[in-house]
Design a protein around this ligand. Structure first.
Ligand SMILES: NC(=O)c1ccc[n+]([C@@H]2O[C@H](COP(=O)([O-])OP(=O)(O)OC[C@H]3O[C@@H](n4cnc5c(N)ncnc54)[C@H](O)[C@@H]3O)[C@@H](O)[C@H]2O)c1
Length: 261
């Protein structure tokens, strides 16, 4: 196959939560621009389906799928080893897997609080901790952590989601400074989307009907509508590429203007 001249040609990216939604969109976009990608998810069948679709479009060996629960350190260690072997290294880590679903403070079950914190925050710590060893050998590198606009603006209804995404925001900066201090050409930045059309919005759509739910959410956004997965995938592409080589410890808000208010 001819050498790709894409914006991330030669990059080797590991994307968590790659079976659907924003992780799958990021995997597809990175592959379109010349990267090899590993899609890791607790939903292995979903990740395999996305990998097969990418390979059909861009050639066998472009995408790989792995089972990974991002809260489990032993799984991270084993899967990163396998992913790195499959792609011939690792230069981009996309910590995308995350969950919502918590509720008001006084009725929120402690077990659900801990689950949201673990999936959203432990994942970023464990991913960065264990990916850096592989990324050192594949510089320049980029770590892209999924926070949310809810990590910067509280909403009074989802304390675990707010707290976990705020933790990801500052943890990203910590990782950025750690890497810089180590003299590594490995950057770390966070992404902060507002409502984007993915299955994460299903509970809301089930309650109000999809069209009405999206319209209701869109009314909160200055641009007047919710975002598309491609809006976020393009930001991941930019942060994964060397076009963003002077950007580290920063946050990229993709929120239709909500945080400007
Ligand atoms: N869609 C939005 O409106 C929105 C807005 C702001 C931030 N985000 C963030 O973007 C990220 C992706 O969201 P999405 O909308 O694509 O969600 P989604 O629910 O569509 O997809 C999440 C994926 O993560 C996987 N996952 C869940 N728990 C996991 C675990 N323990 N280990 C491995 N994989 C796991 C799921 O199987 C799923 O494939 C999340 O971190 C989310 O908080 C989304």
């Amino acid at each position: 196959m001819a050498q790709s001249t894409g914006r991330v040609a030669g990059k080797k990216a590991f994307v968590t939560g790659g079976a659907q939604g924003l992780g799958a969109a990021a995997g597809r976009r990175l592959a379109e621009e010349g990267a090899r990608v590993c899609l890791a998810d607790i939903n292995l069948a979903g990740a395999q389906a996305v990998a097969a679709e990418i390979n059909a479009a861009h050639g066998a060996g472009t995408a790989f799928a792995f089972a990974l629960d991002v809260t489990q350190e032993d799984q991270w260690i084993a899967v990163l080893e396998q992913a790195s072997a499959a792609m011939g290294g690792l230069s981009v880590l996309v910590n995308n897997a995350g969950i919502g679903g918590d509720g008001p403070l006084e009725t929120l079950d402690f077990a659900l609080w801990k689950k949201v914190m673990s999936v959203n925050v432990d994942s970023v710590f464990l991913g960065a901790k264990h990916a850096l060893g592989h990324m050192r050998a594949n510089q320049p590198g980029s770590i892209i952590n999924f926070s949310s606009i809810a990590g910067l603006i509280a909403n009074g209804n989802s304390p675990a989601y707010n707290a976990s995404k705020a933790a990801v925001w500052l943890l990203s900066k910590n990782i950025a400074l750690y890497c810089a201090k180590q003299g590594l050409d490995i950057r770390s930045n966070s992404i902060h989307p507002t409502f984007i059309d993915t299955p994460i919005l299903d509970p809301f759509s089930e309650r109000f009907g999809k069209e009405a739910a999206h319209a209701k959410l869109g009314r909160q956004i200055p641009l007047g509508h919710i975002g598309e997965p491609a809006d976020i995938a393009n930001a991941v592409l930019y942060l994964a590429s060397d076009e963003s080589k002077f950007m580290t410890g920063a946050e990229l808000k993709l929120d239709g203007g909500i945080s400007a208010m």
